[in-house]
Structures are given as structure tokens and as C-alpha cells.
Design a protein around this ligand. Sequence first.
Ligand SMILES: CC/C=C\C/C=C\C/C=C\C/C=C\C/C=C\C/C=C\C=C\C(=O)SCCNC(=O)CCNC(=O)[C@H](O)C(C)(C)COP(=O)(O)OP(=O)(O)OC[C@H]1O[C@@H](n2cnc3c(N)ncnc32)[C@H](O)[C@@H]1OP(=O)(O)O
Ligand SMILES: NC(=O)C1=CN([C@@H]2O[C@H](COP(=O)(O)OP(=O)(O)OC[C@H]3O[C@@H](n4cnc5c(N)ncnc54)[C@H](OP(=O)(O)O)[C@@H]3O)[C@@H](O)[C@H]2O)C=CC1
Length: 205
Amino acid sequence: MAIPERCIENYKYIFQKDLLRGKVAFVTGGASGICFTIAEVLMRHGCDTVIVSRRQDKLKQSADLLMKATGRRCVPIQMDVRKPEQIIKAVDDALAQMGRIDILINGAAGNFLAPAASLSFNAFKTVMEIDAHGTFNVSKVVYEKYFKDHGGMIVNITATLQMRGTALQTHAGSAKAAIEAMTKHLALEWGPDRVRVMCVAWANR
Ligand SMILES: CC/C=C\C/C=C\C/C=C\C/C=C\C/C=C\C/C=C\C=C\C(=O)SCCNC(=O)CCNC(=O)[C@H](O)C(C)(C)COP(=O)(O)OP(=O)(O)OC[C@H]1O[C@@H](n2cnc3c(N)ncnc32)[C@H](O)[C@@H]1OP(=O)(O)O
Ligand SMILES: NC(=O)C1=CN([C@@H]2O[C@H](COP(=O)(O)OP(=O)(O)OC[C@H]3O[C@@H](n4cnc5c(N)ncnc54)[C@H](OP(=O)(O)O)[C@@H]3O)[C@@H](O)[C@H]2O)C=CC1
């Protein structure tokens, strides 16, 4: 069994407690790390969530922890962001269970430290596919199936390592830079449909 994530102790509210009541967020990578905490904070403000990633046991464990800590609903759905047919099934499943999606958090990512010269072709491709293609794949499916007709918000999680160049991070920095460009293109094209698209650049921790 995976090591459990931890919820925030003594959570302090900055925003109104019920700010997101009635809303639903679809959070890729939401079973662990930063996106687990993003899901938790959304839920503490009344939002229900769908968390998606590849490891079913981890998803179930994290969904149970989130529901216990916040009293909100969290549906875990297994899905690989590189596989369009799995995304379509997951979004259909999420809409069937929740009835709506208001917020998409694109947080799923893959990374490791490796010098560019020793990255295999497949290693570079893998990180590009999880981070950049994955962000596009999930955004496209959620847009087509729901946001196009109802509006919504897409938050893409990027990083700071691509801003100036970082050793051992050519693959991840390239992928995050692609996501930042993609964010602007999608914001421009989907804005008229009331879809807000933005990115949050997380600093290393
Ligand atoms: C997370 C960064 C790592 C450690 C950070 C530690 C210390 C920080 C110290 C200093 C800071 C310096 C720089 C900043 C660094 C990071 C912070 C900034 C941004 C962080 C961004 C993040 O995204 S964090 C999220 C990390 N989480 C994950 O990666 C979880 C999911 N990960 C995975 O699933 C795998 O790790 C995967 C990404 C490899 C994908 O798995 P899978 O699809 O199963 O792919 P594989 O078949 O296993 O591998 C595909 C090809 O990649 C090659 N590979 C795999 N690992 C390595 C490696 N460590 N080095 C080189 N190459 C690697 C693998 O061999 C395959 O290629 P082939 O050619 O052999 O087929
Ligand atoms: N940690 C840091 O210092 C920084 C992180 N970031 C960004 O923040 C976000 C979260 O990172 P962090 O919390 O550190 O990392 P985690 O490893 O905890 O989170 C990554 C998540 O993505 C999921 N994931 C990976 N590959 C896939 C895939 N192919 N399909 C679906 N889900 C996948 C993983 O689950 P599973 O393996 O079960 O699929 C995991 O839950 C990422 O976008 C990362 O790039 C940005 C800057 C710094």
C-alpha cells in the first residue's frame, strides 16, 4: 500500500467557506503531492472533486482521506493522461456521477533528474507526453464534453525551472514551456465560450 498523503492540520480560511459549494473539480494527479492539497483546499471550500491518475490503490486511499478531512465528495477514477480513450471514459464517468465539471486542474506530470546528453529519445518523449500532451488531451476532452456549452476554468500547473533553464531538467522544462504557450492559445480560442485558461507556476519544493 502506498504511503498516505497528509491533509492540512488546523486549516485557516482566507476565502468564504462555501465559495465553491455546488461546484465540481476534475483534478489530474490529484491523488498525491501538490494536487492532492489543491483538491483538499477546493473541497474545504465546498467543492466536490474527481481525482484521476494511474494507480487505483493510491486514488482510493487519497479519496478516502480527502472525504474524511473535508466532508465533501471525492470520486477516484483511474486514467492515463496519455491515452485519449481512457480520458474520454473517465470524463464520461465523472459527468455521469457528478453531473457537471466546473474546474479542470491539469497537474499530472512525470519528472526525474537527468542530464540532456544521457536522456534517451523515449525518456524525453515520455515526459513531453505526460506533461504537455496530457494537458492538451484532458483539456480537449473536458472542453468538448462540457466546457464548450457550459464554460469553465482550466488551471495548468507549470514550474519555474523553464524560465531561465535548469540543469538536469531539459525534458521537464521543455514540457512546462509548451504548457505555458498552450495556455495562451487555449485562453484565446476558448475565451468566447466562457472558458478561462490559466497556469500556475509552482516553485521547486
Ligand atoms: C521529480 C524530480 C526528481 C527529483 C527531484 C529531487 C531533487 C531536487 C533537487 C534539485 C532541484 C533541481 C531541479 C528541480 C527538479 C524538480 C522540481 C521541479 C519540477 C518538478 C516537476 C514534477 O513533475 S514533479 C512530479 C514527479 N512525479 C513523478 O514523476 C511521478 C510519475 N513518474 C513516473 O511515472 C515515472 O517516473 C516516469 C516519468 C519515468 C514515467 O513512467 P513510465 O511511463 O512508466 O515510463 P518508463 O517506462 O519508466 O520510462 C520511460 C523512459 O524514461 C526513462 N527514464 C525513466 N526514469 C529515468 C531517470 N531517472 N533517468 C533517465 N531516464 C529515465 C526510461 O529509461 C525510459 O526510457 P527508455 O529509453 O529506457 O525506454
Ligand atoms: N514538486 C515540485 O517541486 C514541483 C512540482 N511542479 C508540478 O506540480 C505538479 C504536481 O507535482 P508533485 O506534487 O511534485 O508530483 P507527484 O508525483 O506527487 O504528482 C504527480 C501526479 O501525476 C500522476 N501522473 C503521473 N503520470 C501520469 C499519467 N501518465 N496519467 C495520469 N496521471 C499521472 C501521478 O500519479 P500516478 O503515478 O499514480 O499516475 C501523481 O499523482 C506537477 O505538474 C509538477 O510538474 C512544479 C514545480 C515544482
